[in-house]
Design a protein around this ligand. Structure first.
Ligand SMILES: [Zn+2]
Length: 185
């Protein structure tokens, strides 16, 4: 098995709206393959679409949203040690691994602007990738909205380690550094 998306068409991808203070969580959700919008405004006053799940550290806000028929996940207020691993695991548990799995690492979203990334031949992005990395790459992700490029290089080992621990036991395929082809094509 080389990807997670075998039964993709049976479920709708979860989309997230996060409290403005949860930038690190949003970043990891985007890398994982989910749209994660950060909102710095008061989420009580915002219109939230029916397909969105709100992530917050405020129990009060979550209760308010749930009363209005919205889906909301509360992360612990006090950041535990290794907070991001704990937070991601909690999100996957609450949303359900079954619902998230088909989209995991399939189409990542831009860490900068939350647009869906495209797979490109690394050579086409040679002006955006340092020579020492380009040398090892056949492909990379590209954001057509903000012109940013992402690739699974040596830095990916650290990121992958976070996912490996957050997703332990869920039978999720996590891409490897410098892997020869994209997780989903
Ligand atoms: Zn972007």
């Amino acid at each position: 098995m080389s990807s997670n998306c075998d039964n993709k068409k049976t479920v709708i991808p979860p989309k997230f709206i996060l409290d403005g203070s949860l930038g690190d969580v949003a970043k990891f959700l985007r890398i994982m393959g989910f749209s994660a919008e950060l909102r710095v405004t008061n989420l009580r006053r915002e219109k939230i679409g029916p397909d969105y799940i709100v992530i917050t550290r405020s129990e009060e806000l979550a209760n308010h949203l749930r009363k209005n028929g919205k889906e909301a996940i509360v992360l612990p207020k006090k950041k535990p040690k290794e907070g991001i691993i704990h937070d991601l695991r909690l999100i996957v548990e609450k949303v359900s691994p079954k619902r998230m799995r088909p989209y995991m690492f399939c189409t990542p979203f831009c860490q900068h602007c939350n647009s869906a990334l495209m797979v490109r031949d690394a050579k086409e992005l040679s002006s955006l990738i340092p020579e020492k990395s380009l040398h090892h790459l056949d492909w990379a992700y590209y954001c057509t909205s903000c012109n940013k490029t992402y690739w699974l290089g040596s830095h990916w080992k650290r990121i992958r380690d976070v996912f490996e621990r957050a997703l332990e036991g869920y039978d999720i395929v996590i891409p490897r550094p410098w892997q020869k082809s994209p997780p989903c094509q």
